[in-house]
Unconditional design. Structure first.
Lengths: 577, 158
């Protein structure tokens, strides 16, 4: 098994490979190796947009070898919240890294002028990108596809103008339809004058025992395709949740002023599937095909002439740019998704920022003078499109503030109580109850996927759970996801990778681990991440919960501040803090 | 159970019964390329089953993109030509078309000249690290790992 780290120094225009058997033996790979490398590379207090700040990509021992282990993880210091930056992307990057022979890639420094990195097996080149600086993310992909080798086995990841302009929640787009979305990796790319990375390889993964490999592969494959574990991702996809959460009173609407949306039906997964869906795609190595692509057909003349766009959609962008902004048409949602894709902004953060701005405008905290005459009103898609462009262009102080995230903007203009961020990260699309709030607050990257609090709430809606049981579940998920994210599997497929199946799959590639080993590893990874967070000044006791969470009814009824406080205190004591 | 058996079973159930005297052979056919979702399951199946590796290079079937993931997938596989140009191009007799219509590869005769690859207009032959051809054997093992029924085995005259 290859256990190598590729180092690239953009300031010195050089690269080298180091064998790191010990790193991977101790930390497995993926997020485990990622946090270890981040702690080595990024001393406390490093400016996240300085040349000293590293970008780390890593994969795990099952990527490119077993089904649905289809993600790569990026680890960095977040320019959005100033602490742990961690983001996952599907697509083909995991595969390209595996077959280029690099289980981790560390990027340091800053290029003198715009550049992109081209990796083909062991050959690494830093190439000029001045002619594509300023170009949207989709077109950048189109241009590099013509320039770079490896059709069918490569990955091209790139930023849009948002990253170049250091918008704190700019993303990195992976293979057109997937993203390193959260916490601002795009801005870190921009700060390094790094527009893109294209990677491909022709290696293969050596398997110690081919027969055992085939047996375990078949078992996992069958579990993925022949059981209902992944059915919801297969059919309507994640957008099935729009109607579900709307019924459950968990769908954030108009900046969390409500938890159900009277127009939800019009932006539901059912409407998207019936009227807009034209194809589905897979991340390489996954038979499910959950990537749903819609066509947006817009007339540009009265003579039946149309612009056609192909846009991927999921639950989260439909929440953030749909219900959360009161947008009542699938067309409107798709136009907004298309805009953030081109600019290279995280859909969730962008939607939450606009939601706060709309409410602040409604309450006269900001005026047309700040918005430059753009009426920020619910369901006003045209205004939102202009505002998104302005966030990137930053023509005045107000739009520049929006580019720093909702926490920053609300500190400057007020409306803290409805600035929907937890741990400095704009929140995801669930107002399901206390576990969702606490989960995102304590989670290592303040994401709903750290521990799936939203899912714990939904369980509690069916069968009563007390705060302590919820906290226990959160801790269990925190830790076990640390292991799964070290293999960098797709969290949609977490049901396929039971502890037993993980042990079998690792065994088939020559890595022997027991249940105890895995549990110890999960806890250790979590603690290492919290060491990084603490070093950057994150203090759970001082973390803010916007009051809006306590005002709007959730799936589990009104959430009281006391419940959240009790859960946080239980969490801390169970963690031994 | 090995994959090739799964594939074989599926084919036996779906395929027409053999009865007539004219010789037939089985040929892998890309019957529904527009249903492909780009999971590359067929490619992994091919390398896993035939070479025991996880590899895209070792696969006899290729799924390419045309115009990136916004464009179309192109599934490239040997067409099992009746008069195969790869066989004619081989100066060493390493590729041989048998009477049953199957093209077999004699590795020991191959000089790694790459002429077979050049001769195949559709690009169904790739070369491994030693320059030896990797080509579909029409075994059908990949079929069981295509979630959307893109591939099938058809029977054609030998």
């Amino acid at each position: 098994m290859l256990r190598k780290v590729l180092y690239i120094d953009l300031s010195r225009n050089e690269s080298w490979v180091e064998e790191k058997q010990d790193l991977f033996a101790e930390w497995m790979g993926g997020t485990g190796a990622g946090i270890k490398l981040l702690r080595e590379e990024c001393p406390p207090g490093t400016d996240p947009l300085s040349p000293q700040a590293p970008i780390i990509f890593s994969i795990g021992p099952l990527n490119g070898i077993f089904p649905v282990a289809t993600k790569a993880v990026a680890t960095f210091k977040s320019p959005l919240n100033g602490e742990l930056g961690e983001s996952y992307a599907g697509g083909r990057l995991h595969l390209a890294m595996r077959f280029a022979g690099h289980e981790a890639i560390v990027i340091r420094g800053k290029a003198e002028r715009p550049c992109y990195i081209s990796i083909n097996d062991a050959e690494v080149k830093i190439k000029d990108a001045t002619s594509i600086w300023g170009i949207d993310a989709q077109t950048t992909g189109m241009i590099l596809r013509e320039r770079e080798p490896g059709v069918g086995r490569r990955s091209i990841i790139r930023i849009g103008p948002g990253g170049e302009k250091l918008i704190r929640y700019a993303n990195v787009i992976v293979d057109t339809y997937r993203h390193f979305g959260r916490l601002g990796l795009g801005a870190v790319f921009g700060s390094k004058n790094l527009k893109a990375m294209a990677i491909s390889g022709t290696e293969h993964a050596e398997i110690p025992d081919a027969k055992r490999y085939r047996e375990v592969y078949n078992k996992l494959y069958r579990t993925a395709v022949q059981t209902d574990i992944m059915e919801k991702y297969h059919d309507l996809g994640t957008s099935v949740n729009i109607n579900v959460l709307n019924w459950l009173k968990g769908l954030p609407t108009k900046n969390f002023q409500a938890s159900s949306f009277s127009e939800a039906e019009k932006i539901s997964g059912e409407i998207f599937a019936e009227q807009y869906l034209f194809r589905r795609l897979s991340c390489a190595g996954c038979p499910i095909g959950c990537v749903h692509i819609a066509t947006l057909k817009t007339a540009f003349s009265p003579h039946h002439e149309f612009e056609i766009r192909k846009i991927s959609y999921d639950y989260e962008p439909i929440y953030s740019l749909g219900s959360n902004l009161g947008v009542a048409s699938a067309d409107g949602v798709l136009q907004l998704i298309n805009a953030v894709e081109g600019l290279g902004l995280d859909a969730m953060s962008a939607g939450v920022v606009l939601g706060w701005a709309t409410e602040a405008y409604e309450r006269d905290l900001i005026t047309p003078q700040e918005t430059l005459g753009i009426p920020l009103q619910w369901n006003n898609v045209k205004s939102y499109l202009k505002a998104l462009e302005n966030i990137v262009k930053a023509p005045n102080e107000f739009y520049a503030a929006l580019g720093n995230g909702v926490d920053f903007a609300s500190r400057r203009y007020g409306g803290r109580e409805f600035a929907m961020a937890l741990g400095g990260n704009e929140v995801s699309g669930y107002h399901t109850g206390p576990a969702s709030i606490v989960g995102q607050l304590v989670g290592v990257r303040h994401s709903h996927l750290d521990n799936a609090g939203y899912s714990i709430d939904q369980k509690a809606a069916k069968k009563q759970m007390d705060p302590e049981q919820m906290v226990d579940e959160i801790i269990k998920e925190d830790n076990s996801r640390g292991v799964f994210n070290s293999l960098v599997g797709c969290l949609f497929a977490r049901g396929v990778y039971t502890e037993e199946n993980i042990i079998e799959a690792l065994g088939a590639v020559g890595i022997e681990r027991s249940k105890d080993d895995l549990q110890i590893l999960g806890k250790k990874i979590f603690e290492e991440k919290y060491r990084f967070k603490a070093g950057e000044g994150f203090d759970l006791s001082a973390a803010r919960v916007p009051n809006r969470f306590y005002e709007t009814i959730s799936t589990l009824g009104k959430v009281s501040p006391e419940t959240v406080k009790e859960m946080l205190s239980l969490y801390k004591s169970k963690r031994g803090w | 159970m090995a994959e090739s058996q799964i594939a074989g079973t599926a084919v036996a159930a779906a395929g027409p019964a053999k009865e007539q005297t004219p010789r037939k052979r089985r040929r892998l056919k890309v019957s529904h390329p527009e249903r492909c979702i780009g999971c590359l399951g067929c490619m992994f199946a091919c390398s896993r089953i035939h070479s025991g590796t996880a590899s895209l290079q070792d696969s006899g079937i290729k799924v390419l993109t045309r115009g990136g993931l916004e464009g179309d997938f192109v599934v490239v596989v040997c067409r099992g030509c009746e008069d195969p140009p790869c066989v004619r191009a081989c100066p060493a007799g390493a590729l041989e078309r048998r009477e049953d219509g199957n093209v077999i590869f004699h590795k020991e005769k191959c000089t790694s000249c790459g002429k077979c690859q050049e001769a195949c207009l559709i690009g169904a032959i790739t070369l491994d690290k030693e320059g030896k051809p990797i080509k579909c054997m029409h075994c059908g093992a990949c079929i069981a790992f295509c979630p959307h029924g893109v591939l099938e085995l058809e029977e054609v005259p030998a």
